[in-house]
Design a binder for this molecule. Structure first.
Ligand code: SF4
Length: 353
């Protein structure tokens, strides 16, 4: 077990794309496998399938199970090891909902309305009004983190306000309900600013997103990747093969910077600028390099796809482990709050309802 616990999660949106890989999965695997100088794990990692969070922006749950399994397979294919990291659904550990309710009493609605991340989301999704659950999304996230006593939260700059809310809730809880022995039930988690490598979509306009149809999926084979890469937006001023190009504005070059070697990248940049490289050849090489990087994932995906019972058992086992941690935390929470204390009950004779 690592000395620090990290909880990370994703909403179950089905098959994942390259943006998920560079933006999260790669660092999850790195954190999971990181060892100190004595060979011990640095982090104890837990990975959450945030299915309740899905409901903040969509009430449609018809495909939530198939999307969960698809995402889970991608996690496993990327190298998440269920022996090291429990993988579990939020909805199957009831303590998430219980702790969310208790935490909801510790924060004001005006504090949540000031959350800048929420304001951006409302603007980006063109939302006219918010549900009560959506407003409380950072409170649910606080419950997710503190339920597992996660003390490190890897975040991008935009997520720092959420960690601050979690810290405030932990402080307020500890002030109101001190632990009978330790003084504090919750340690305040620390944000770990992580430079997530975000990928722009094939259209070059926005980040990769399935809803925008501009993705390369982790499940795509080499032919599909070549096909999709042909649609990628390049430097619009480079019309002919021998026109000099500007790699710095090219979507394909941004992929090269992630999936090609430094030597290749440098040569591609110079050749593009000199007009000695055509976009077709450049895209073919880019697609080949991405396929090579994804080849081991594709192989592992095929392994799990043909063993769905194993995948379901992995989820089941992860949920048992998660429930154990969650129920221990909630026992301490209830004890600190003096909820559920009972005086001994003596029954005399038969009781009737
Ligand atoms: S040659 Fe490559 S880097 Fe240059 S504009 Fe075309 S695709 Fe982009």
């Amino acid at each position: 077990m690592g000395t620090q616990r990290i909880l990370s999660g994703m909403r179950p949106t089905g098959k994942l794309h390259l943006g998920h890989y560079t933006g999260a999965l790669e660092s999850w695997v790195e954190q999971q496998n990181l060892l100190d100088e004595k060979g011990a794990r640095v982090y104890d990692t837990c990975f959450l399938i945030a299915d309740y969070h899905n409901l903040t922006t969509s009430l449609d749950t018809s495909e939530i199970y198939s999307h969960t399994l698809d995402m889970l397979i991608d996690w496993l294919a990327a190298g998440i090891d269920p022996e090291k990291s429990p993988l579990f659904r939020q909805s199957q550990v009831k303590e998430h909902a219980e702790l969310f309710l208790l935490f909801a009493m510790l924060i004001t609605s005006s504090r949540l309305e000031r959350n800048p991340t929420l304001k951006e989301q409302v603007r980006d999704l063109n939302m006219e009004s918010l549900t009560y659950g959506h407003l409380g999304y950072p409170v649910l996230q606080s419950a997710d983190i503190l339920l597992y006593r996660a003390n490190v939260v890897p975040v991008g700059e935009d997520q720092i306000p959420h960690v601050e809310i979690t810290r405030e809730i932990a402080r307020k809880f500890n002030n109101h309900y001190p632990h009978p022995v330790n003084g504090e039930v919750f340690a305040e988690p620390a944000p770990k600013i992580t430079k997530f490598s975000r990928l722009v979509g094939l259209d070059g306009k926005a980040k990769m997103s399935k809803s925008l149809g501009n993705t390369i999926l982790l499940a795509d084979g080499p032919d599909e990747i070549q096909k999709k890469m042909r649609t990628a937006v390049t430097d619009t001023q480079k019309l002919r093969k021998n026109d000099p190009g500007r790699p710095e504005v090219c979507t394909v070059y941004s992929y090269h910077s992630k999936f090609s070697s430094p030597e290749q990248l440098s040569a591609l940049g110079s050749d593009c600028r000199a007009g000695s490289l055509g976009c077709v050849d450049c895209k073919t090489l880019c697609a080949t390099n991405i396929s090579q990087e994804l080849a081991p994932l594709l192989e592992r995906r095929r392994y799990y796809e043909t063993r769905m019972d194993l995948v379901k058992n992995i989820l089941f086992d992860g949920e048992i482990k998660a429930k154990l941690i969650a129920s221990q935390t909630m026992q301490e929470v209830r004890a600190a709050m003096k909820l559920g204390e009972l005086a001994p009950i003596h029954y005399h004779g038969q009781t009737e309802c």
